[in-house]
Write a protein that binds this ligand. Structure first.
Ligand SMILES: *Cc1c(COP(=O)(O)O)cnc(C)c1O
Length: 371
């Protein structure tokens, strides 16, 4: 029986070569590689600055501090995301105010934002989910009207665009992530991008124990962290960046194949919707199971057939910790909850062939019909 994982990094001789060169150089941290990675990343996105960090989560934490978010502040964000986008708000003592999502794109529904704004609201943390940009025009309009900062969690959406403008260029800062399931990987790693020099300098200092660039090793200006990206990871990142067009194109091809074989089954499942004006860069391929069956049983049955799938994503407000701390409950964000209960991420990685997609779709449809 063939086995299909949900995700897999794409590593070639180039990545191995660049990593090997770093190992041979003996310079494993704070060398030339992280700087090169930052420079090329800023150029790719089109921002003035890029600050590498040890993970997307670390990047989000620093972006919150750099935006001046403090205890008592409220930040508007989505419940339909990976937990890190809400946790980073808690790290600085602020409160996430969730707003429900658009049922097609799974991104924040701009129409619901204004109602959630109070005197304490300081920022909107948008999350471009699954490789697709949020509907930014109305969000920017609201942010301007109420003088709110926009921070982008672009961890799942490198090179995705909205009306030809890349994600990562809409807010005060944006954060990307390079965990092995993302479009490009550094093992663990992340990047903060910004056009704001102060934000860049503060993040660069905070990730390096609060040292500023003119300071000696044992001198510290701020309460900092060790959120540095090491040279081995940065080398992996530089190699992946050199191949990014290929990596994104291949993902688009696989998404297209899934569309082709799944669309005939629209009575059983809903295939991903890419909003007009958006370019999706396919972090994952997530369908909605429309037939009233136990989705989690389906995940188990697929696994027995060698096909790994996942419940992307549970709604954040229903995690125990959030329920206990903020009193959120079932029914608070019905669209997010409905999507969470039906969604299924299919195996999605470079190397899947048309025969694999056909096989996965056939098994999936058989099992849904049998359930
Ligand atoms: C991957 C991801 C992050 C950051 O994850 P790390 O594992 O810390 O790099 C943050 N937000 C979202 C939406 C993500 O998918």
């Amino acid at each position: 029986m063939k086995h299909y994982q949900i995700a897999k990094p794409n590593i070639t001789a180039k990545e191995k070569d660049y990593v090997k060169k770093v190992l041979e150089s003996g310079n494993l941290s704070l060398g030339p590689m992280y700087k090169l990675f930052e420079k090329r990343f800023a150029r790719l996105i089109g921002t003035k600055y890029a600050c590498s960090v040890s993970s997307g989560t670390a990047g989000l934490h620093l972006a919150m501090i750099a935006a001046g978010i403090k205890a008592g502040d409220e930040i508007i964000t989505t419940p339909f995301s990976f937990i890190a986008s809400a946790n980073c708000i808690l790290y600085v003592g602020a409160k996430p105010i969730f707003v429900d999502i658009n049922p097609d794109t799974y991104n924040l529904n701009p129409k619901l934002i204004e109602k959630a704004i109070t005197k304490k609201t300081k920022a909107i943390l948008v999350v471009h989910i699954f490789g697709q940009a949020c509907d930014m025009d109305p969000i920017i309009k609201i942010a301007k009207k109420y003088r709110l900062k926009i921070i982008e969690d672009a961890c799942e959406s490198i090179l995705a665009s909205y009306k030809r403008k890349k994600v990562g260029t809409f807010g005060q800062s944006a954060v990307f992530a390079f965990y092995p399931n993302k479009q490009i990987t550094t093992g663990e790693g992340g990047m903060i991008v910004t056009d704001n020099r102060q934000v860049y300098e503060l993040c660069s200092s905070l990730k390096n124990q609060g040292r500023t660039s003119d300071m000696q090793w044992l001198d510290h200006k701020y309460l900092g962290y060790n959120y540095r990206l090491d040279e081995i990871s940065a080398a992996l990142g530089v190699a992946q960046l050199e191949r990014i067009k290929y990596l994104i194109n291949q993902r688009a091809k696989i998404a297209k194949m899934y569309h082709k074989y799944l669309k005939a089954h629209h009575h059983l499942l809903k295939i991903p919707v890419v909003a007009k004006g958006n370019v999706d860069t396919w972090f994952v391929y997530v369908i909605q199971v429309l037939k009233d069956i136990d989705r989690d049983c389906l995940i188990g049955e697929l696994a027995k057939n060698g096909i790994q799938t996942k419940n992307y994503l549970p709604s954040i407000h229903l995690f125990d910790f959030y329920k206990k701390t903020f009193g959120y409950k079932v029914g608070d964000f019905p669209i997010s909850e409905l999507v969470s209960s039906r969604s299924l991420a299919l195996p999605f990685y470079i190397g899947l062939k048309e025969t694999d997609i056909k096989y996965i779709v056939r098994k999936l449809i058989d099992l849904i019909n049998k359930a």
